[in-house]
Design a protein around this ligand. Sequence first.
Ligand code: DLL
Length: 432
Amino acid sequence: MIWNEAKECMSRDEMRALQSARLVKTVDRVYHNVEYYRKKMQALGIEPGDIKGVEDLHKLPFTTKDDLRDTYPFGLFAVPQSQIVRVHASSGTTGKATVVGYTRKDISIWSECVARAFSQAGLNRDDIIQVAYGYGLFTGGLGAHYGAENLGATVVPMSTGNTKKLTTMMKDFGVTAIACTPSYLLHIAETLEADGDLDKIKLKAAICGAEPWTEQMRIQIEEKLHINAHDIYGLSEIMGPGVACDCQYHKGLHVYEDHFLPEIIDPKTFEPLGEDETGELVFTTITKEGIPLIRYRTKDLTSINYGKCECGRTLARISRFKGRSDDMLIIRGVNVFPSQVEAALLELGETAPYYMIIVDRVNNLDTLEIQVEVGEEYFSDKISELEGLANRIGHAIQQAIGLSAKIKLVEPKTIERSMSKAVRVIDKRKLV
Ligand code: DLL
């Protein structure tokens, strides 16, 4: 079923016309209602009338997380506070949190977008969806919750924190779908397996996101749990989960372009890039009332494709994320993405999917250690094979990232399990 066929299957010309009309309104709204944007546009000599459609998008200034911090907490809101019915905030590792506000209409559009994503995962009102993203200021829990309700499904609002209770309810309630981070789902699968419960569940789909994961990991989850695993993307600044999601063909994530106008730019020159070229994803929200953002730089690296999908949708598709322009590690002058290490480990297929990348600097030289969890048997009857396995991993990683790494194999459950976003990199160089 296509949730909103009228919007998801329109021709490129129709979509562009809709986006243009909505962009013009948005620019007018932020110019008149948000002093910060008005000043930014005036500094560039732009007036709302200069923006006649999508073709003029490049004239507009970018917005970054710093702009949200500079106007903390409500400085970019475009409506009076009395019209804001909810705020969320992203955890932000440095500085102040970035705060976003939603009007009643924003919440309604958000829940429709998430419902579209769930419907792309084959779910409908007959499903029982366990939401195991964190509830609270993070957009994951409430975003998925409202979307599942909008779909008409039965929601089990688990949040994170009690995996045993979650698996018990999953069995007892006959839960058919789960929404959580991919790393948490792996932990849930591990718990089910340890308790001998894998064949006692009715799960058929998972809608995972909020952190980077690889296609190999998605397939591993599917095989372990005998389900379909979908990739859902979003960010609090733009809305939360439900900005894009993949369909049953898993050939990219459909962007709900009737609400979020995407661009791919070169993160160094800021020049727009063409179809299928990898660069930084930038969004302009074209229906948001609470905090409309113009050309928001997500720092997420991906490419975009405008071809029609096998599912029938014409919505642009973004490819699986290649990381963030700011989580890229530079080790001994080489650019390294944590997802490359993960892909190499999973491809090798001899270890658990838990790893930690530790970067340090000794005598002005970068060091790279990768800790990987291996099966218990390597610490008992297969102990003589430990060294061989470490060598194979070292070789696979060298092939993947072009750098040698010290491989430290650790016992099961050594690496901390995450219930939200997994921390997979410790860069000690930054702590000095
Ligand atoms: O993580 C919203 C969300 C909740 C998305 C639940 C999906 C599911 P933030 O906390 O603002 O919002 O973090 C946004 O997380 O810029 C990406 O770097 C990363 N991210 C989110 N989804 C994916 C994904 C939520 N599917 C940041 N793949 C984004 C890779 C993702 N990275």
